[in-house]
Every structure is written in C-alpha cells, then in structure tokens.
Design a protein around this ligand. Structure first.
Ligand SMILES: [Zn+2]
Length: 93
C-alpha cells in the first residue's frame, strides 16, 4: 500500500488511514493524515495563519498526487476556504 498523498510505502505495523470518496478509496500515511486534520481544525477554529502554514506543508508532501487525490483535496478544502474567507470579511467590517 502506498500513501496517496506523499507516495510513501506503508511500513510493516504502520497503519494507514483509509478515506472513502465517491471515486474510490484513498490511503494516507499518518503524517499526511495528521496534516489533513490540522488543516481542517485550523479552518474550524478560524486560525488562518496556521491554516496557510499547514496547507503549505501538506501540499509539499504531495509530490506526485493522483488525480483522485487532487479532486478529493479540492472538495475537502473548498468549504474550509469558504469558512476562512467569511471570517476574514467579518473581521474587516
Ligand atoms: Zn503520506
């Protein structure tokens, strides 16, 4: 098994996270899965600086992402971006 984000091979005894998408299953190693959760938590807590930082780290990991991964990531990030954008607008009002 290979991580769909960073393409790293699963090590013996390591557990990968499985994410069901409408196009099939994605598998994430612990590090990539951690970053995905951090990005989501940052957005939910409206920490836009942390969000940008973690998103950058996450995207750096995804060196050769599959089309399925990119599609899933875009769908994953869209509501988060919207949430942050909204909160940014509210602050400047
Ligand atoms: Zn990975």
């Amino acid at each position: 098994m290979v991580c769909d984000c960073c393409r790293r091979k699963k090590k013996l005894f390591e557990s990968f996270a499985a994410i069901q998408t409408k196009n099939g299953q994605l598998n994430f190693c612990v590090e990539c899965n951690d970053l995905a959760y951090k990005v989501r938590d940052d957005a939910n807590e409206l920490k836009s600086d942390d969000y940008v930082l973690h998103l950058e780290q996450w995207k750096k990991r995804a060196k050769k992402p599959s089309k399925r991964f990119i599609e899933w990531q875009q769908a994953f990030l869209a509501p988060l971006e919207m949430k942050l954008e909204k909160s940014g607008q509210q602050k400047s009002e």
